[in-house]
Design a binder for this molecule. Sequence first.
Ligand SMILES: [Zn+2]
Ligand SMILES: [Zn+2]
Ligand SMILES: [Zn+2]
Ligand SMILES: [Zn+2]
Ligand SMILES: [Zn+2]
Ligand SMILES: [Zn+2]
Length: 465
Amino acid sequence: MSSDELELYDSDIGEEIEEVEKIEFLNREDVELEMKTLISDVESIVEVNAGMCRNLLHKFKWNKEALLNKMYESGDTQQFLIDSQVMAKCDDKVKEAKEGDCDICCSSGVLIGLDCNHMACKECWKMYLKEKIVDNGICEIECMEPDCNLLMEESKIANYTTNSFILAKYRYQSINGYVAASSRLKWCPGNDCGRIVKIPDAETRLIMCKCETRFCFNCCLEFHDPIDCRLMKKWLKKCSDDSETSNWMNTNTKDCPKCSVPIEKNGGCNHMRCTNNKCKHEFCWMCMKAWQYHKENGYKCNRFDESKEKSRSETRALLERWLFYYNRYMNHLQSLQLEEKLKVKVSAKEEELQKNSTMTWVDVQFLSKSVSALSECRRTLMYTYAFAFYLKKNNNSEIFESNQRDLEMATENISGYLERELETKDLKTLRQKVQDLSRYVDQRRKALLDHCEEGVENDFWDFSE
Ligand SMILES: [Zn+2]
Ligand SMILES: [Zn+2]
Ligand SMILES: [Zn+2]
Ligand SMILES: [Zn+2]
Ligand SMILES: [Zn+2]
Ligand SMILES: [Zn+2]
């Protein structure tokens, strides 16, 4: 089979990928360069030194316009600089250093201080800087004299302490102040990543960092479409608060509902087949009902049936409802984890195909792409159950539920195929089938997410909290 016989797999998530390409990943030096540019801008207008400008900008949350407006408004630049804590009130001649007794530790020797002439020995300054920078975690440091609020300039700090740990902390906090002030910058939450993500426009939310962390730019949690950041936090809190009553067992074994033989789940697919040869019953791992019901239109494994709970007490019904959504959320998470094995299996298959057929590296990529598509769907499905838990019923919630059902069925289909049919001898069929299933599952996912987004734009979602 040659590569031109085969149509290349084109992903339906192209939109997202295009967006990701415009996102920049900066390191600390890049950010410091941006800061320096702003500092020199302000330096040329205000005409005071760079250290003072840095403190000024920090005070105004790195908003140059706000800073300059405030300065012009005040009409008196000198007074503005004093009020902003960057210029000393007194106009005594500044002494670089003098001999004398330190007011703080009473030892005698060389005393140093800021332009305000509040002097102390170097040891006391060092201790003070350690306390402010390391213990208090701040980079806006006032003079040691309690009645004086003059801010220390960066060059003074570097002069008074040579401890590289303290200076590195100061540098980090200073950059962090800039990042925190910007609506376009965020630290990547990935472990030890240290990259700073810069988004091209305010709408960008999905970030896929170079360290492979996928996160929501707004809240820095794992990307959680379709549920919004606020409800997501609420959901996670509920999950951890109620973990004891939630009876979720990360079990890999359940008894076949027909013959009671224990069935082990060793992949992500929830479409189970009893391993007892006399039984071979097909059932759903989530609801334990026969799989054939899932193909019928009336049955919705993903829908919580409230009518069944009518006879129970309200507390019990609420608990059942919570368990319904929580268990499905956890179940997709478990499947996502089990499907890690599929990645290994699929890349072995890709190797094998390249060795034993005429397929090239490019030709076999459809397999790993299909596993990525599957993982995307598992994650989306997880979050749809958190979304559905808070969702109030209306016409659109019905559409949402049927989209969710379609996505779930499509996901189990591709998951089952990759788990069980990879050894198909006919490569053309394998490729065709995997591409079709991938494309379909992507379409279902997109349809669901588009509908959810439409609901946000047109305000047709109602949440109960
Ligand atoms: Zn001292
Ligand atoms: Zn002072
Ligand atoms: Zn990262
Ligand atoms: Zn978020
Ligand atoms: Zn059975
Ligand atoms: Zn089911």
